[in-house]
Write a protein that binds this ligand. Structure first.
Ligand SMILES: [Zn+2]
Length: 131
């Protein structure tokens, strides 16, 4: 199992669940996703790398009705932003029936296989699904 893009999420391992990887400022406590080196709130350099909550709420979304060239996802699908309890907003594909998605809906982080690497490993991408 390998991530489609490195540094975005951790794979499940040693009893730990997969999770998005964010940054937390040790001075002011603000969280960021994707990871950052410098805090946008207080300019501190050297933020802590932390796993983010797996559950959140849909902030807004739209439904893609055409599949872009070379896309790994077939239309129709919902794509939107999910707010996590840490105060970060994550752009993501929302799995399941796109017509059932609504603003404020509870969703959870999930990994999905989106392909196979040259050496035969499952390539994984993150999405959010209805809880
Ligand atoms: Zn800070």
């Amino acid at each position: 199992m390998v991530p489609l893009r490195g540094g975005i999420f951790r794979l499940p391992a040693a009893g730990e669940e997969a999770a998005l990887i964010g940054s937390r400022c040790p001075d002011c406590g603000k969280y960021f996703f994707p990871r950052r080196h410098v805090c946008l709130n207080c300019s501190r350099q050297g933020l802590d790398e932390v796993p983010l909550s797996r559950r959140g709420k849909v902030w807004t979304f739209t439904v893609a009705r055409q599949t872009p060239p070379a896309s790994l996802t077939q239309a129709p699908y919902a794509i939107g932003y999910v707010d996590l309890p840490e105060g970060v907003r994550v752009e993501t594909i929302l799995t399941g029936d796109p017509e059932a998605v609504h603003i404020g809906m509870d969703v959870e982080f999930v990994l999905e296989k989106v392909g196979t690497s040259a050496d035969g490993a499952d390539m994984m991408a993150f999405k959010f699904r209805p809880v």
